[in-house]
Design a protein around this ligand. Structure first.
Ligand SMILES: Nc1ncnc2c1ncn2[C@@H]1O[C@H](COP(=O)(O)OP(=O)(O)OP(=O)(O)O)[C@@H](O)[C@H]1O
Ligand SMILES: Nc1ncnc2c1ncn2[C@@H]1O[C@H](COP(=O)(O)OP(=O)(O)OP(=O)(O)O)[C@@H](O)[C@H]1O
Ligand SMILES: [Mg+2]
Ligand SMILES: [Mg+2]
Lengths: 256, 256
């Protein structure tokens, strides 16, 4: 039984890709078979896992357009059991190409149904927009993990994201749940971060994961080596935090 | 003679809005008449200047759709001489509405031509995507100011942005220049930030503004009060850095 999670937040730079890549590696190190799908035209999750989009002939865009089968584009990574459906250059124009097609919101759901059983978890890295790529992710997913940067602008956009999730649940994917909110880039030395973190836990209670992801420069360095944190800096606070997040996700998924 | 600058980078969370709002206030404090246009459906520049999008009946989206004249939606801010064309809720669906219209890339250019002469500078805050709203901004602008976070993923996206600017210059706006790259959120204590900053200056030379915007928590706090940095924390390093950026922009614009 594969669990598909969308990692989504339309606010930019809140740690979606960093969470997708490092939660995936945390889960893989707990003997889970994991697939990361890079739905962001920037292709950061791809390069963060060692496959720069410029080197990718066919990726998830070609699958969504019907030119390739999912298994034909999936790549291995440095971590056993962790695979990637990469971004290719074609993803840049896909938004407009998808808009006029039949059942435009269901392309990803249909594609993933062909491979999901080969994985315990599928993580969908979303672009910073509530666009057709994100709607495809929310339609294909069983749950949404929301990275939330402990900053004012990030908090401001949360209600719009929750409205979009509710709208998708109502009209496209009745099983879509809110799996959890993970606080990211929290620098405990600043009042801003601790105030926002406290407020978020007050408002959302148990929906917020217990672990808080600290600001940790190793998380920013790892992508330049094409590695997740657990191979780049296994002893770092960033690696520890994403281990803990993987534990919590396993519990919420009912695997533990 | 009004100078229109797009503040653009498709990478999310690199400081586009923070730069648009605080460069605007830095210029206004140097007796320039400034208009900020919020083209991001998130509406961060609007709330950063004290006008939450939920309270806006008509904004730039209504102007681009032809329902309102620009002067009808422009709002004052706390700073004399600094005005805002805010985001409204309608901006969320505008991308799809614009795609099928005549001369879809020129709506903003046409709208701004009606008001630009009332301002010395017009700053366009762009969403984190190379979409129709961003293309409208690049078509209306004389120059592009590129906020660049000193991180690996941000560097990775730069070449795609430069290609898009070149494409717009070739087919839509022959006068479009690259005004400059401003390094943002630079924490001098980390090697990552200083390495990326050094590399950027080596590759782009004088195109990179001399001032580096440091990571400064005051810049993150100011938006929750709806104020630019120069009224929220005038003595902060963030305020000083955006003062210096305003000086450099005045020089590059030929005003100094
Ligand atoms: N906990 C952290 N500590 C330090 N740096 C981090 C942390 N999380 C993410 N980063 C860095 O911050 C930047 C933004 O993170 P990331 O790219 O993962 O966000 P995103 O939400 O995927 O952005 P986008 O909206 O562009 O897709 C990246 O350069 C990343 O390396
Ligand atoms: N120099 C800085 N020091 C500290 N915090 C900063 C700085 N610049 C921006 N921030 C904060 O970092 C976050 C990202 O900045 P901002 O929202 O301006 O980026 P953006 O590029 O406009 O994001 P988006 O892609 O979502 O539009 C915000 O919460 C902002 O308050
Ligand atoms: Mg990302
Ligand atoms: Mg912004």
């Amino acid at each position: 039984m594969s669990r598909i999670y969308a990692i989504s937040n339309q606010k930019g730079g809140v740690g979606k890709t960093t969470t997708a890549v490092n939660l995936a590696s945390g889960l893989a190190l707990q003997d889970q078979r994991v697939l990361v799908v890079d739905l962001d035209p920037q292709g950061n999750a791809s390069s963060g896992l060692g496959h720069h989009k410029a080197t990718v002939d066919a990726g998830i865009a070609e699958v969504l357009l019907g030119f390739e089968e999912p298994l034909d584009v999936i790549l291995p990574t440095e971590i056993d059991g962790l695979h990637l459906a990469p971004a290719s250059g074609r993803l840049v124009g896909l938004e407009v190409e998808l808009v006029d097609t039949e059942r435009r919101e269901y392309h990803l759901q249909t594609a993933l149904a062909k491979v999901a059983d080969a994985y315990d978890f599928v993580l969908l890295d979303c672009p910073p927009a509530l666009n057709m790529l994100t709607v495809n992710a929310l339609t294909a997913a069983a749950g949404v993990i929301i990275p939330l940067q402990a900053e004012y602008y990030a908090m401001e956009g949360l209600s719009e994201l929750l409205r979009t999730i509710a709208a998708v649940r109502k009209s496209l994917n009745p099983d879509l749940e809110r799996t959890g909110i993970v606080l990211t880039m929290v620098d405990p030395r600043t009042n801003l971060a601790s105030d926002v973190a406290t407020q978020t836990r007050q408002v959302f209670g148990g929906e917020v994961f217990d672990v808080t992801i600290p600001r940790n420069v190793r998380l920013g360095e790892a992508p330049s080596f094409g590695q997740p944190i657990h191979t780049y800096a296994p002893g770092s606070r960033g690696a520890q935090a994403y281990h803990e997040l993987a534990d919590e996700v396993l519990i919420r998924a009912g695997v533990r």
